[in-house]
Design a protein around this ligand. Structure first.
Ligand SMILES: [Ca+2]
Ligand SMILES: [Ca+2]
Ligand SMILES: [Ca+2]
Ligand SMILES: [Ca+2]
Length: 271
């Protein structure tokens, strides 16, 4: 009889030990799970960005130009280009010329959002790359012409951080380096933290608090494309190697000037 009673259930102490172990197991699983989910979302977003990149190259081949950014969230460029009025190659936000906005996903036929439900940011060298060649002459870079031909050069710079090849003995990780110059167009996701992004529903998320992510939201022609960092106490987005880099989870792609030229020449779109 005694034995039977003892087997009836767990004592309070046994129970609390089981709960403690269970808690530790769950906590130990959730961390890696979250990391794995973010890695999966980043892969998915990169896949979409690669689609977007191909769509932009394809668009340039068929239209002889790139689209303006979308400003109002309908996925269509602002303004929509009208071949009868070449001034419509000047991209506008509220009547003011701007080269930056949302990716015109509806015009390109691509997904409109990253894996976190936020719109992609897009910048283009306009009107130089949003206006097709009109005269068959290599004068697209001339201030009076500004149209997409073989002489047109993009105005976007992509920076990164890493080792300075000039200091062969020392291995830096934070040296600011130019990854690409004279870039015609750039597309980016603000990553999981979404700082600086606008959701597909049109909600503006908080602005970034770290310098390299701020560079990707300040509406100028300079962007950072660099490795993912988690940040942490005492971090700094500068070249001081004694502190870690701050949090950065943006995913950035850009059109290569030489690939764009090459494809347009091969397709007969440019002389
Ligand atoms: Ca629009
Ligand atoms: Ca020309
Ligand atoms: Ca971010
Ligand atoms: Ca910038």
């Amino acid at each position: 009889m005694h034995e039977h009673r003892r087997r009836r259930g767990f004592t309070l102490i046994e129970m609390s030990i089981v709960l403690l172990i269970l808690g530790l197991v769950i906590a130990g699983l959730l961390g890696p799970l979250e990391t794995q989910m973010e890695a999966r979302d980043r892969r998915q977003t990169l896949d979409t960005l690669n689609q977007v990149s191909e769509a932009l190259y394809g668009y340039a081949l068929t239209h002889g130009r790139l689209p303006c950014p979308d400003q109002d969230g309908d996925g269509m460029p602002d303004p929509v280009y009208n071949p009868a009025d070449r001034s419509t190659a000047i991209c506008l936000r509220g009547g003011v010329a701007t080269n930056e906005g949302f990716l015109p996903w509806a015009e390109l036929g691509t997904p409109q959002a990253d894996a976190w439900g936020n719109r992609f940011r897009y910048r283009v060298t306009a009107p130089k790359f949003t206006r097709p060649d009109g005269d068959g002459l290599c004068n697209g870079n001339d201030a009076a012409v500004l149209e997409l031909d073989l002489c047109a050069e993009g105005d976007i710079t992509i920076d990164t951080r890493g080792d300075n090849p000039a200091t062969s003995g020392t291995m830096e990780g934070k040296k600011s380096l130019v990854a690409a110059a004279k870039v015609p167009a750039v597309v980016l996701s603000h990553g999981r933290n979404g700082n600086g992004a606008t959701s597909v529903g049109g909600v503006a998320l908080p602005t970034p608090t770290t310098a390299d992510e701020q560079e990707n939201t300040d509406d100028d022609a300079v962007f950072y494309a660099r490795g993912y960092t988690k940040g942490g106490a005492g971090c700094s987005d500068d070249e001081n190697e004694s502190t870690p880099l701050c949090a950065f989870d943006d995913l950035v792609i850009w059109l290569s000037p030489s690939v764009l030229n090459n494809r347009m020449v091969l397709s007969g779109k440019l002389p």
